[in-house]
Design a protein around this ligand. Structure first.
Ligand code: SF4
Length: 201
C-alpha cells in the first residue's frame, strides 16, 4: 500500500480511504490509481505514516500535502500529530486538501487545532450552490454539507495562513466559476480554478 507519493514537487500523504462524500468524479471510483496502490488494506498508524515520510529525502520537496484516496480530516487528530512531528524536523510547508467537512465529521469546530501546524488549506467547493453540490458529491450530511464547508473555510482563515476554495474547470460553467469566485470572496478566501487530473482535492 502507498502511504506517501510524489505529485510534482510535493510529497503527498495517503492516510485513509474514508470520506464523507461519494463524489461522482472521484478517481477512487473511476480509475485504479495514478500514484501506486492508494487503496489501503488498513489505515497506517501515525508512526507508520511518519516512517514513510521520514524515509524520504525531504529536502527534495516544496510542500507536504495530506490528500490521498479519501478525506484526510476523517483522521484529523492523527494527521495533526504527523504534521507536528514533521514541523519539529523540517520547515516544509504543510497543506491539507479537503472537502471542508472536517468540523461536521468531528462534530465540533476543528479549525483552532490547525493553528501553527497547517500552512495551507485547499477546500473543494466544486459547485456554486448546495443542491448542485449534493447532486454530484453525495455527502452523508446532505445539502447542509455545502454551508458546512463554507463555514469551515471562514473559520479557518483565523488559524491557517492560506485558505483557498477550489473548483475544477471542466465540471462547471464559466458563469458558475464566477459565482464561486464571489462565494470565495464572501468567505474571505481566494478561488483556485484547477484542471481535473487527479484526486488532488
Ligand atoms: S473526490 Fe475527495 S471528497 Fe469526493 S469522494 Fe473522492 S476523496 Fe471524497
Amino acid at each position: 500500500m502507498t502511504v506517501t507519493y510524489e505529485v510534482g514537487s510535493g510529497l503527498y500523504v495517503n492516510t485513509t480511504n474514508r470520506c464523507s462524500n461519494a463524489c461522482e468524479f472521484c478517481v477512487r471510483s473511476t480509475v485504479e490509481s495514478y500514484y501506486g496502490d492508494l487503496w489501503l488494506k488498513r489505515e497506517p498508524t501515525v508512526d507508520e505514516i511518519c516512517e514513510s515520510i521520514f524515509s524520504r529525502d525531504l529536502t527534495k520537496y516544496t510542500e507536504l500535502v495530506f490528500c490521498g484516496y479519501g478525506e484526510p480530516t476523517e483522521r484529523i487528530d492523527d494527521i495533526l500529530e504527523v504534521a507536528r512531528r514533521v514541523k519539529e524536523r523540517t520547515a516544509l510547508p504543510i497543506r491539507i486538501n479537503t472537502n471542508g467537512q472536517g468540523s461536521m465529521i468531528a462534530g465540533y469546530d476543528i479549525t483552532p487545532k490547525l493553528e501553527g501546524i497547517i500552512d495551507v488549506l485547499s477546500i473543494s467547493l466544486n459547485t456554486a450552490d448546495a443542491a448542485s453540490y449534493q447532486k454530484i458529491c453525495h455527502s452523508r450530511f446532505g445539502e447542509a454539507a455545502y454551508q458546512g464547508l463554507l463555514d469551515f473555510a471562514k473559520a479557518a482563515t483565523r488559524y491557517v495562513p492560506k485558505v483557498v476554495l477550489s473548483v475544477v474547470d471542466t465540471t462547471i460553467s464559466p458563469e458558475e466559476i464566477e459565482r464561486c469566485r464571489e462565494i470565495a470572496t464572501d468567505c474571505g478566501v481566494a478561488l483556485r480554478v484547477r484542471e481535473f487530473i487527479s484526486n488532488e482535492e
